[in-house]
Design a protein around this ligand. Structure first.
Ligand SMILES: Cc1ncc(COP(=O)(O)O)c(C=O)c1O
Length: 441
């Protein structure tokens, strides 16, 4: 009886009936299957996927080698819990991670969990244990996840509504956000000075365990931190014995044309959380860190029942090998160039474009309100996204005002699909930006 009731109506109606609305829904899109950079809905509609499950599908949907590794591992061992019995996929994945992401110092170690938020939380716990200090500095526009400590460090208030009280000892400074209208050096120097001042007017440097920063902000709108700022941050952390945590959850695993976005800056973190594309679609995340920090974590304080599940480890190892064999970093670099050129072409045609920015294939285009250029073009972006979906392109917003369109397409996307998707976006943006605003709703 219950099953008759629960399976009636459309998938979206069924969802509305039983799924907590706190789990946000951006659209009425459904997903039945996916392959490479194409998503198919329950009506058989095909979409070019510029969202990649929010930056998870760098290696492409249902990569055959990843699927084969999942099948093989699931026939052998599904779970023991790493605290109970040591299995090889966990150790092999950590070996691979420390090989690709050496953090310098006396050596590098890793630990595995399931989500980006968990990796972030564990990196903070390790930094506190290693330094014996309580405070954490984070940034405006930051997104670090939705568990309570991660929510505390996340900036956009829409993600936090009614969820407090938040974790104590979290301090926030302005992110060094640069648009094409700003001078990078000025922003870097101003915000470094503000950080030094914060040690006098906000929190003592001797009380700060960690500074956590996204080298390119994800949800915050794809701002790329200035190189001078990242280098200054490294110096300040060294000077005061503060752990520099670089959050690579969205930027990592080839998205910016490097394994790690921090490689672009020549700045290495003490600790770094990773997730999203490292699992090829399965939930797995990690903290990588200098041994002198990682070795300070007391046994039993980190981990969890499912952290580093064998099947997820096998998926991650297959994903990393596939990224290596496809030369995904070079591909991301090339795609990024194509996207940037097209976005600049849109900017030439559409006066409401405020900025084009990003790193590698992590590219974004920001809009102002066409009728009031001093304000963010949030309604315009929402309208562009809806109309793109009607035309077979799945794309998602970013930015605290939702006025940024970001591309997180699978990096394996064919040139053909990439060009078709960009073509749809250009046509839609040009036509909607010239329509009166009331038609954006
Ligand atoms: C930079 C960054 N950190 C952390 C997270 C949280 O990851 P998860 O949603 O897997 O908990 C995200 C998710 O978007 C992110 O972009």
């Amino acid at each position: 009886m219950a099953s008759d009731f629960s399976s009636s109506g459309s998938l979206i109606e069924r969802r509305e009936r039983v799924v907590c609305p706190g789990v946000g829904r951006q659209s009425g899109l459904t997903a039945a299957s996916a392959d490479g950079a194409i998503l198919t809905d329950h009506e058989g509609g095909r979409y070019i996927d510029f969202a990649g499950g929010i930056g998870v599908m760098n290696v492409g949907h249902n990569d055959p080698d990843v699927v084969a590794a999942i099948r093989e591992q699931s026939g052998r061992l599904l779970h023991t819990c790493i605290h109970v019995a040591t299995y090889e996929p966990y150790v092999e994945l950590c070996e691979k991670l420390v090989e690709i992401f050496p953090h310098g110092g006396s050596g590098t170690k890793a630990m595995l969990v399931n989500t980006g938020a968990e990796a972030v939380e564990n990196s903070i716990k390790i930094a506190r244990q290693a330094t014996g200090r309580p405070a954490v500095i984070c940034f405006t526009g930051a997104f670090h996840g939705r568990t309570l400590l991660a929510t505390t460090m996340t900036s956009k208030v829409n993600y936090k509504t009614g969820c407090g009280p938040f974790a104590p000892e979290i301090y926030r400074l302005p992110y060094p956000a640069v648009t094409r209208h700003d001078d990078e050096r000025t922003v870097a120097q101003r915000e470094l000075a503000r950080l030094r001042a914060a040690f006098k007017d906000t929190v003592r440097a001797e009380d700060v365990a960690a500074i956590i920063i996204e080298p390119v902000q994800g949800e915050g709108g794809f701002y790329v931190a200035p190189n001078e700022y990242m280098r200054g941050l490294r110096d300040i952390c060294d000077q005061h014995g503060i752990a520099l945590i670089i959050d690579e959850v969205q930027t990592g695993f080839a998205r910016t044309g490097r394994w790690a976005a921090y490689e672009h800056f020549g700045v290495y973190p003490d600790l770094s959380p990773w997730a999203k594309s490292m699992g090829g679609g399965l939930p797995i995340s990690c903290v990588i860190g200098k041994s002198e920090f990682m070795d300070k974590a007391a046994p039993g304080t980190l981990g969890g029942t499912y952290g580093g599940n064998p099947v997820a480890c096998a998926a991650s190892l297959a994903t990393i090998r596939k990224m290596e064999s496809l030369g995904l970093n070079a591909r991301a670099e090339r795609h990024g160039g194509i996207i940037r050129d097209r976005f600049n072409a849109i900017a030439d045609r559409v006066p409401a474009v405020h900025d084009v920015r990003g790193l590698g294939s992590m590219m974004a285009i920001e809009f102002n309100d066409p009728e009031d250029p001093g304000r963010p073009g949030s309604a315009l972006v929402a309208a562009i996204i809806d109309r793109c979906r009607d035309r077979g392109l799945l794309i998602i917003p970013a930015g605290v005002s939702g006025n940024v369109i970001r591309v997180l397409a699978p990096i394996v996307i064919s040139d053909d699909d990439l060009m078709r998707g960009l073509g749809i976006l250009e046509e839609v943006a040009v036509s909607l930006a010239s329509e009166p605003a009331h038609s954006h709703h």
